[in-house]
Write a protein that binds this ligand. Structure first.
Ligand code: TRH
Length: 391
């Protein structure tokens, strides 16, 4: 049992693909355990993928305590080593479903919440915190929607999040140590990080960056989409540690970083390309200009999500910044669809030139959002209110 823990929560994580599911669950679990003194049991279906994010995870151990979080391989459920007897709240993430046996053992008073995907769409606040009764068992599940306005579940944000940038950005020595640690040289180049899905027009971006007037270093943390992404030459492969020169652009292939180091990379760069859910929000907290690529969905649903976010993010931006970020984002995500009416070959050059102005805008949005309560805090309050029947 974790020291001083008064409540016990089970968080279920199903890894669909990529790293977002476990990325979000791991951040949330750590925060609940460390800031809210909750004994969190994180139950993961694919411990091998989880190891990418929780680097000190020992895959030979079905149960282990890391950073005050008890990590459990879901195989333990089958062996009936895990049950909801003494659990106060059960968090099902992204509609992953709960095992039948576990569900049958749940007490009616146990709080059951489904943590949904993040979206800035307007309908989210209307659906946040709504209940749904189980068709046969005496249980009610509540839908908790993260979001950008006060009437949603908020965004994941740790208590000390903004202390880190200060100490990182104010110390040259800390920065030097960081770049060395991740296998990159410190440079005075303009710095860009790149994490995207293979559909992004990477080659077009690189071609444009190669002929900019400024030297640019682009940092590419190694991940499973790199081979599909890189189509510069036939049969070309990029390996960790490799440095590739294309005109004024230097591409550094980094290892896949720990979550904490990835956050620092976002902070250390002048512009970040991010994707999915978790890196998106970390880019927002870094306060640097960023281009977000949503997870690609059928019927271009991701473009609806993208537009909703841009409407929010750019609502107070000046007209030039607004047009620029909108066009760059649609180019990046809607490649093929928006090419004819939106594509402007100078867009990436314009984006580079606008970085200082975009940064000021990014900082304003970050400041505004950081005044709202964070997701973990809202989740804890919501769960306590449910226990007292006050929702
Ligand atoms: O990996 P993703 O594409 O995850 C996606 C989304 O969450 C999507 O909504 C979901 O449906 C799908 O998964 C299943 O992108 P995301 O959300 O940014 O998650 C990446 C995680 O990996 C995030 O926690 C940051 C972390 N990361 C590192 O720890 N080190 C790295 O070097 C990099 C590049 C990322």
């Amino acid at each position: 049992m974790i020291k001083h823990a008064v409540k016990r929560w089970d968080i279920f994580c199903k890894i669909v693909d990529n790293y977002g599911d476990i990325g979000v669950c791991w951040r949330l679990s750590r925060q609940l355990a460390n800031e809210h003194s909750i004994h969190v049991r994180l139950i993961i279906d694919n411990i091998h993928v989880a190891q990418k994010i929780i680097s000190n995870l020992d895959i030979s151990k079905p149960m282990q305590l890391i950073n005050q979080v008890e990590i459990v391989a879901s195989a333990c459920l089958e062996k009936k080593q895990v049950n909801p007897d003494a659990v106060d709240a059960v968090i099902e993430t992204f509609g992953c479903g709960l095992p039948e046996q576990y569900l049958k053992q749940m007490r009616p008073e146990t709080v059951w919440i489904n943590l949904e995907y993040l979206s800035a769409e307007k309908w989210v606040s209307g659906f946040h915190a709504k209940p749904s009764k189980h068709p046969t068992l005496p249980l009610t599940k509540y839908f908790f929607f993260p979001g950008f306005d006060e009437n949603t579940g908020g965004l994941i944000r740790e208590k000390d999040l903004f202390k880190q940038p200060e100490s990182f950005l104010n110390s040259e020595e800390t920065q030097l140590t960081f770049w060395k640690k991740i296998g990159a040289e410190a440079t005075t180049d303009l710095k860009i990080s790149l994490f995207c899905y293979p559909q992004a027009p990477v080659k077009k971006l690189w071609d444009a960056l190669a002929i900019t007037s400024k030297p640019i270093s682009l940092y590419l943390p190694f991940n499973s989409t790199i081979d599909e992404l890189v189509c510069i030459k036939k049969d070309f492969k990029l390996n960790v540690g490799e440095i590739l020169k294309l005109g004024n652009l230097t591409i550094h292939v980094l290892p896949f970083l720990s979550q904490d180091d990835y956050d620092l990379l976002l902070l250390g760069c002048d512009l970040n390309f991010v994707r999915g859910e978790d890196s998106w929000i970390r880019a927002l907290w870094a306060g640097k200009p960023f281009i977000w690529q949503p997870y690609i969905q059928a019927d271009d649903t991701h473009l609806v999500k993208l537009s909703a976010f841009l409407d929010f993010y750019l609502s107070k931006a000046n007209p030039q910044n607004k047009t620029l970020i909108y066009d760059a984002s649609l180019n990046w995500s809607g490649y093929g669809h928006y090419q004819s009416n939106r594509l402007n070959s100078d867009i990436w050059q314009q984006l580079i030139d606008a970085i200082p102005k975009l940064q000021r805008h990014g900082e304003d949005v970050t400041r505004l959002l950081s005044q709202q309560p964070d997701l973990a805090t809202k989740l804890v309050i919501f769960s306590e209110n449910l226990q007292r029947n006050q929702v």
